[in-house]
Design a protein. Structure first.
Length: 268
C-alpha cells in the first residue's frame, strides 16, 4: 500500500489526503498540534518514524520568519529518507514582480517581497535530486473563493486595470501532484490558463450570486490589510507549459469562470 506523509495538513493538503485515501492510500499527517488523526509537528519520534516508512512525502509548511521549519527540524532525516517521491508546495511569489510579463520555471527568483519563500524553495531543491517543487499562484476552491468573499462582503475591486494575477483551483493542484508521481523531478508551475485582473474574478462571482459589483476603489480608499496590500505589489502572468509537457497535466478548470462555476455547484 502506498503511504504518504503530509507535513502540514492545510487546505490543499487535506483535499489531497482525502483523494488519496479514496484511492486506497495510507496517509500520515502532521499539524501544529496533534489530534485524533494527525501527529504533532514537534513529535520527533513519531515524525521520524513516518519519514522512515513513507513511500511519498509532501511538505506544505510555509517558512516561519526566515526559516523553513521542516528543513530546520527534519532536513537531515528527509535527505536520507527511503521515500521514492518527495514534494514541496511553494509559491509563484518567488518570482517577484514581473510587471505583468510571463514567468516560467526558468525565471529568476528571490527578487520579490517573499525572499524567505524563495530561499526555502531553493533549499528544498538542494535537499536531494528527486524533489518536486510545485510553485502555486492564488489558490481557490470550495469554501475558499471569490464567491465566499463576495457573500461575506469582503470583496474589493481595485482601480488597477493593468494588474494581472494567476490563480489555480485546488483540485488542479491535486491532479498535478498525482501526475508527478510518475513524472520527472523538478519545478512545476501549476496555474490555470487565463491570468487576468482580480476585478474580473470578483465581478464574475457577483454575477453568479446575483449581487452588485463592489465599488471601484483606489488602494488608499480600500484600506487593505498589509497582507492584502502586498498582494497588489507584484504583477505577473504564470506559464504552466512545463507541467503540461512533462507530466501530461492540464487544468480541469483552465479559466476562473469554470473554476468558480464548480465552486458554486459544490456550495449548492
Amino acid at each position: 500500500m502506498p503511504h504518504m506523509l503530509i507535513l502540514g495538513l492545510g487546505y490543499t493538503a487535506s483535499r489531497l489526503a482525502d483523494r488519496l485515501r479514496a484511492d486506497g492510500w495510507h496517509i500520515t499527517a502532521t499539524r501544529r498540534h496533534a489530534d485524533a488523526d494527525t501527529l504533532a509537528f514537534d513529535d520527533e519520534p513519531g515524525v521520524r518514524a513516518a519519514i522512515a516508512s513513507a513511500t511519498h512525502i509532501l511538505s506544505s509548511v510555509p517558512p516561519e520568519g526566515d526559516t523553513d521549519p521542516v528543513l530546520a527540524r527534519y532536513g537531515t532525516t528527509l535527505a536520507a529518507a527511503p521515500a521514492r517521491w518527495i514534494g514541496y508546495l511553494s509559491s509563484t511569489g518567488v518570482y517577484g514582480d514581473a510587471r505583468g510579463a510571463w514567468v516560467d520555471e526558468g525565471s529568476p527568483v528571490g527578487t520579490g517581497r517573499r525572499t524567505a519563500r524563495a530561499e526555502a524553495d531553493l533549499a528544498w531543491g538542494a535537499l536531494r535530486s528527486d524533489v518536486r517543487r510545485f510553485r502555486l499562484p492564488g489558490i481557490y476552491g470550495p469554501g475558499r473563493s471569490a464567491l465566499d468573499r463576495v457573500r461575506a462582503g469582503k470583496a474589493h475591486r481595485i482601480d488597477l486595470p493593468d494588474q494581472i494575477f494567476s490563480r489555480v483551483h485546488v483540485d488542479d493542484i491535486i491532479a498535478g501532484i498525482i501526475a508527478s508521481f510518475n513524472g520527472p523531478p523538478g519545478i512545476y508551475n501549476l496555474a490555470d490558463d487565463l491570468p487576468c485582473a482580480q476585478n474580473r474574478v470578483i465581478e464574475a462571482a457577483c454575477d453568479m450570486l446575483g449581487l452588485p459589483h463592489p465599488p471601484l476603489l483606489t488602494l488608499e480608499q480600500a484600506a487593505l490589510s498589509p497582507m492584502a496590500l502586498a498582494f497588489y505589489a507584484e504583477n505577473r502572468r504564470v506559464a504552466n507549459g512545463r507541467a503540461k509537457r512533462l507530466l501530461g497535466w492540464s487544468p480541469r478548470y483552465p479559466t476562473y469562470g469554470q473554476g468558480l462555476a464548480a465552486c458554486h455547484s459544490a456550495d449548492a
